[in-house]
Design a protein around this ligand. Structure first.
Ligand code: FAD
Length: 299
């Protein structure tokens, strides 16, 4: 086994892992093959240790939160996948919330509401983790992580130490984490504002309703598949190009929201890839605009 030394180190350090791990249910797309090894660190320190061990072994890896912006390829993925889902500590201090990278954004938004803290309403329907949202600068309904994040803690692969990050270089679906693969987010400090729980709840209800009406939440997907091109919307462009309902195998451009590629019928990774190409080529040919994928591919 090419990773037997890695397994020995994981065992020695008490890190939970599974070999030959099926990734299909680890992505909201419900697509994916089998990775060599899946790691489940239980704390920020353990996550740092996992990365250090993988780097020491020179083993390729990927960190995954909720897999809601990730598309895994089918077949064998010769990588270690490090899941942050067990890193779920939350500490509320006045108007600040310190949340581990694995905390779900939707439950964090609900907690902020319960505590009468406003600012995370935008996140109430985003099915990602704090770490994934930091990486993507997730946002919706006019709000983004950039509006609420004060600082974060990261494992720095270059120095092998835990550092505080204060400048996140947030931009549309961009962050210091996306630009620097040497950084892995361990936790984030968010600053919110005092508000009325009832008003926050009402706002969240309205946003969730709008989402249910406009998005194909009944199908597996990774949300908006393409980035928003400047001054326009990917969904609008795809729709005017007549691509709603376009299908390759089990992957379809949603009829409800053309910006979503959905897994309509047991889609294979290659179905999504072929449909992505068809959409990009057609939109480019008909509008002159080149769409870019927002979803992260792990193969
Ligand atoms: C139905 C649906 C609706 C959605 N709506 C929205 C929306 O309104 N707005 C929006 O912005 N997004 C939306 N998304 C996309 C997705 O939820 C967000 O991008 C989310 O932030 C991804 O978080 P995640 O934990 O699932 O990330 P993952 O898919 O697990 O990972 C995404 C990327 O982040 C990296 N990453 C994850 N954790 C860490 C970490 N701790 N440190 C460093 N890098 C890390 C991964 O390596 C990967 O490159 C939607 C998705 C779905 C399925």
């Amino acid at each position: 086994m090419p990773y037997s030394n890695l397994l020995r180190l994981l065992e020695k350090n008490g890190i939970e892992y599974k070999t030959e791990y099926n990734l299909k249910n680890s992505s909201t797309f419900r697509i994916g093959g089998v990775c060599d090894v899946a790691l489940f660190p239980k704390s920020a320190d353990e996550l740092g240790m996992c990365i250090a061990l993988l780097d020491a072994e020179n083993y390729p890896f990927c960190v995954v939160g909720r897999g809601s912006n990730t598309l895994f390829s089918d077949g064998e993925i010769h990588k270690a996948i490090v899941f942050t889902s067990a890193l779920c500590d939350i500490d509320v201090r006045d108007e600040r919330i310190i949340a581990d990278a694995g905390v779900g954004l939707m439950s964090l938004s609900a907690l902020a509401c319960e505590k009468g803290l406003s600012g995370l309403e935008f996140a109430c329907g985003i099915p990602g983790s704090v770490g994934g949202a930091m990486y993507m600068n997730a946002g919706a309904h006019g709000g983004t992580m950039a509006d609420v994040v004060v600082k974060s803690r990261a494992y720095d692969r270059m120095s092998g130490s835990i550092i505080t990050v204060e400048n996140h270089d947030f931009a549309y679906r961009k962050s210091v984490y996306m630009q620097n693969p040497r950084l892995v987010c361990l936790s984030a400090v968010l600053e919110l504002k005092k508000g009325s729980s009832d008003e926050i709840k009402a706002k969240m209800k309205q946003l969730l309703q709008a989402r249910r009406q406009s998005q194909p939440l009944e199908y597996p997907s990774a949300g908006s598949y393409f980035k928003r091109p400047e001054g326009d919307f990917a969904g609008r462009l795809i729709e005017v190009c007549g691509l709603k309902g376009a299908t390759v195998g089990g992957a379809t451009v949603s009829e409800k929201h053309a910006g979503f590629i959905i897994n309509s019928n047991n889609a294979a990774f290659e179905d999504v890839m072929e449909l992505e190409k068809r959409v990009i080529d057609t939109v480019l040919e008909k509008t002159g605009i080149k769409l870019e994928r927002e979803v992260e591919i792990v193969r």
